[in-house]
Design a binder for this molecule. Sequence first.
Ligand code: HEC
Ligand code: HEC
Length: 362
Amino acid sequence: MNQDIKESLNQNDQRYHAFWIFAVLLLFLFLPFSTLTLEQAEATDSGQPEMPLGLKSSAFHIPADNPMTSEKVALGRFLFFDKRLSKDNRIACATCHIPVLAFTDGQPVSTGINRQQGGRSAPTALNRAFTKRQFWDGRAATLEAQSVGPLSNPIEHGFTDNAAMVAKLNRIQGYQKLFTDVFGKKITVDTVGQAIATFQRTLLSGNSPLDRFEHGKDTNAISDAAKRGLKLFRGKARCGICHSGFNFSDENFHNLGVGWGHESLDVGRYNVTKKQTDIGSFKTPTLREIEHTAPYMHDGSLATLGDVIAFYNDGGINNPFLSPFIVPLKLTATEKKDLLTFLKMLSGEGWQHIKAPETFPQ
Ligand code: HEC
Ligand code: HEC
């Protein structure tokens, strides 16, 4: 063998050794990480959705007695879309919380069983995991309680009581099996609420142009008009006083005068607290996806976002309990336009992938 070839073989040998030493080192270096990734993989199977940009995971509330699993989310999804979960097989949660309308129904007030109408507009079911008090008047303290409320409402799903709803579900074998698999026990009103609430926790909206502008450091994510609108929102137009924080709600109750002067007044929060100062107060709603959730306010009385801005510009509707934060704003035509442009920057993602199941448990 000639000397050159011998040397190169030797070198190759050395490289070969070096490669293996390096490889083993790498293996040791990454071994702890790879087991960690496995654990994380199991953690993501917990059914918890990925948090879109701008939402605060520390505020994402999962009750200790209702941990999320992907099986529970799947069961809750069936229940949310299943019309058999009503007295006449015609109404599901999704009848009034329609996915493509950002989980609202596009109506001033909702129509339930036997075409009966309530006095309130269906709010979005998005980002409910971040709120403690549900409904316009905050009467449900948990999403679990909220999730069974509509079922025995005589003008929504129309069951006489929760027992009637549970009895009907119990007649569907597929559900019996799913509840046993997920909860290790029979169908009860509590487990129905837990499953639906768990599904609702996966309905998120974040990563809007505003989130990319504020948290993604993308200075071009919103136009100059929207930037002026943002400044108005947090300044002269006073919106940010109540529509505050990452979910654009202070989670509090205020009287804007909406519905005042109508024959029958919806007293709102007063029903819950019986405090005079709460007469006509309603929960500050999130403004995420606001572009998709017309008409607006608890009674759906304002058709467009332009109407909403005009309403606030006039100082709401005067009444003895009007919030002191609601005053005439004296916005110019351009300011109104900029504010409107800004409100459209709150449309994001985290919900568009959610669709009705094609088949249901039988
Ligand atoms: C007939 C239409 C209708 C049906 C069916 C219906 N909802 Fe609603 N939903 C409404 C209306 C109207 C409100 C507001 C009621 C109130 O605040 O008093 C509401 C409120 C809510 C809220 C509160 C949102 C917030 O901002 O506080 C959530 C969440 C919700 N519904 C989820 C559901 C679920 C889950 C179901 C099925 C079990 C369901 N809805 C069935 C019309 C409906
Ligand atoms: C005093 C607190 C407060 C201030 C200030 C305020 N809002 Fe509101 N906002 C609320 C409350 C409470 C509601 C629900 C009222 C009702 O239906 O009776 C609401 C409802 C809305 C709605 C309808 C949401 C829906 O889902 O129907 C929009 C849009 C809105 N506000 C935008 C704004 C804008 C824009 C401004 C600034 C010009 C503003 N708000 C200022 C508290 C406030």
